[in-house]
Design a protein. Structure first.
Length: 532
RNA sequence: GGGCGCGUAGCUCAAUGGCAGAGCAUCGGCCUUUUAAGCCGUUGGUUGAGAGUUCGAGCCUCUCCGCGCUCACCA
């Protein structure tokens, strides 16, 4: 009990000493390498070509030489990680992989001598980083290969990479053997996943490309990228439970933001006109295949625009991102053909609900009337207080799943949209749309409410919908109202989950496949050993 | 949080309540153009953790941990 920190420290060292048999073999090799004067972790490396550059240069040299003629000699120093070895006594082959791909090494006693070939076979393992110099050649089977004249260790791997082997079939398809496949292990040890699964690396390259394209698109449309607080004294802009934290010196309760909205719109008051932010939101809610506690959000606000203009910009932006990543506007998501070519379908929510349920929400201006009709038609929503929530239920249960092709569902109930501007002449409806693709929500946007008196009223109404025990739910943001009182230009605002867009564009079912380090529970082994 | 399913060697997976196995990886041997190299041999396990039933548990029961699917929650 006393000195608990020291106990944990000791315990940790015991855990660290638990090497498996494969690791013990490699540790022994490290000792022997040092004894032989080989530093397993040298400070510097040298490289003249990436794998891809070496292959391209050799092919170009072959072309220059012409068929049947030997190409000009190309010397190269390559670096990479050993992915496969094939030792044959006086010969040895290995594949190394760098960020551009794989290339084969060919070691022979003619150049290296028996001792150096055997030394490579004995001490170099899959997973080690190596450097090899030599001359490019083609083997008898036609593979462009580095004929090695010298080699060096760059970093020894103690733990074996999860072994995976590929064999390319005659039809070009690749069969993978014993690849790292467990979703949990892959997420927990993303480093190993990335190291052995090239398609995972490709997914995250695509993700980076998507974000880069979104940013460039908005920059080119004269939006200013800004950064607003993640630690906020009040949270708002969405309906979600926040994470709370505490500033020790200020003795202040703080929240991690659940949206950027209220801060970004303050900037419109400051005459910035067009602003956007790409960053992390945090929501203290359930985790699922499409929810992570922290996720990447894109929001922009556009002065003098309305939700119709935002729709047009949205379909342009998302289709541009799709084309940049996939080279086409048409993709397949989980077996469904999706076409992002603008313009996307526009569907009024009232009409959409009518199409799938036969209920006209305009005929039911209050919750009681709507609920009675729903019940009469056999719909049994869980207990819900407001008209908007009943409508939301109908949309979520019956309409959303039908929206496979990119669709803007527009004109939402006022009472579930406290930051959106009312539709002129229709007090129950606001100018809001959500973009749906493949049956789930991709983005959410509206003509922003800029009337400070109306906004104050909405905050009050919103507060009423929540019961007294929701003490934390303080939606009244006085500073935001003060900003709005200085005058906010009419504007259209937009929010989109970047992770979900990435899921769509990379054909991933789970958000965990597009997050490098998704949230997972503690992986400490043995439940009964945890003490608190 | 609820329901259903899963957890076996470093990785991918087998195993009617009856000696815990295979492929790849590892280790040793043979092999001078291989590519899942091949051939011969070898090693590797607290079957997620703990308890129970049983002559005997990877398998049945309970508790716990973790993951997956699903529901709830979720702009």
């Amino acid at each position: 009990m006393f000195c608990r920190g020291a106990f944990n420290f000791f315990e940790r060292h015991v855990i660290m000493a638990e090497y498996n048999s494969l690791e013990q073999v490699r540790l022994q090799k490290i000792t022997e390498l040092r004894a032989a004067g080989v530093e397993p972790y040298p400070t510097r490396a040298e490289r003249t070509h990436t794998a891809a550059q070496a292959i391209a240069e050799f092919e170009a040299a072959e072309k220059t030489a012409g068929p049947g003629n030997p190409p000009a000699e190309i010397k190269a120093i390559l670096t990479g990680r050993i992915r496969a070895t094939r030792a044959m006594g006086k010969l040895s082959f290995a594949h190394i992989e760098d960020v551009t791909g794989k290339i084969q090494l060919f070691l022979r006693i003619n150049e290296l001598g028996q001792e150096r070939v055997s030394f490579f076979d004995k001490y170099y393992d899959i997973g080690d980083f190596v450097q090899a110099s030599g001359v490019l050649m083609r083997t008898r089977t036609g593979e462009i290969t580095l004929h090695v004249h010298d080699y060096a260790l760059l970093a020894k791997a103690v733990s074996p990479l999860p072994a995976s082997k590929d064999v390319t079939q005659e039809d070009g398809s690749v069969i993978r053997y014993a690849a790292l496949e467990g979703a949990e292990l892959r997420a927990r040890q993303r480093y190993a996943d990335l190291a052995v699964n090239p398609d995972v690396r490709e997914t995250f390259r695509k993700r980076a490309r998507i974000i880069s394209v979104l940013r460039r698109f908005l920059d080119e449309h004269d939006f200013l990228e800004v950064e607003t607080p993640i630690l906020q004294p009040l949270y708002g802009g969405a309906a979600a439970r926040p994470f709370t934290t505490y500033h020790n010196q200020l003795k202040q309760q703080l929240y991690l933001r659940i949206s950027f909205e209220l801060y970004l719109k303050r900037l419109l008051v400051g005459n910035l006109e067009r602003v956007y932010e790409i960053g992390r939101d945090f929501r203290n809610e359930g985790v699922s295949f499409k929810h992570n506690p922290e996720f990447t959000q894109l929001e922009f606000y556009w002065a003098y625009a309305d939700y119709l203009k935002v729709m047009e910009l949205t379909e342009q932006m998302v289709s541009t991102a799709c084309h940049a990543v996939n080279g086409t506007y048409k993709i397949v998501y989980q077996g469904q053909d999706i076409d992002f070519t603008p313009p996307w379908k526009r569907l009024e929510m009232r009409q959409g609900i009518m199409d799938v349920t036969g209920i006209d929400i305009h005929a039911h201006p209050d919750a009681e009337s709507l609920l009675a009709t729903m019940r009469a038609k056999g719909y049994n929503p869980p207990h819900m207080a407001t008209r908007g929530k009943l409508i939301d239920y109908l949309v979520g249960e019956y309409l959303e799943p039908t929206l496979i092709q990119p669709t803007f569902l527009y004109d939402y109930p006022r009472d579930i949209s406290p930051l959106a501007k009312s539709k002129p002449g229709d007090p129950l409806t606001v100018e809001r749309f959500e973009g749906y693709v493949a049956g789930f929500e991709l983005c959410n946007a509206f003509t922003e409410l800029n009337d400070p008196l109306d906004q104050e009223q909405r905050f009050i109404e919103m507060g009423r919908d929540y019961t007294a025990e929701d003490e934390e739910l303080n939606l009244m943001d006085e500073d935001y109202l003060r900003a709005m009182r200085y005058g906010m230009p009419p504007n259209g605002g937009f929010g989109m989950g970047v992770d979900r867009l990435t899921m769509l564009l990379t054909d991933k079912h789970s958000i965990r496949e597009v997050l490098l380090f998704p949230h997972l529970r503690s992986d400490e082994a043995g439940g009964s050993e945890t003490r608190e």
